[in-house]
Design a protein around this ligand. Structure first.
Ligand SMILES: [Zn+2]
Length: 57
């Protein structure tokens, strides 16, 4: 369920587990000059637990 607007520019990013470095999720974020790196708590199948995921490219 991704809504795309032509005026909106989204940067594709990959969320990687900070514990085992597995790349578990693909998502996107809006293009903002001062945007901080996205960190989300997500389930990691490799760790078998919810861990912090950090955006990578
Ligand atoms: Zn993990």
């Amino acid at each position: 369920m991704v809504r795309r607007t032509s005026a909106e520019r989204r940067i594709p990013i990959v969320l990687a587990c900070t514990v085992c470095k597995a790349r578990n999720y693909k998502t996107s974020r809006s293009r903002q000059p001062n945007a901080k790196a996205v960190t989300l708590k997500k389930y990691c199948a490799t760790c078998g637990a919810h861990t912090l995921h950090l955006e990578t490219q």
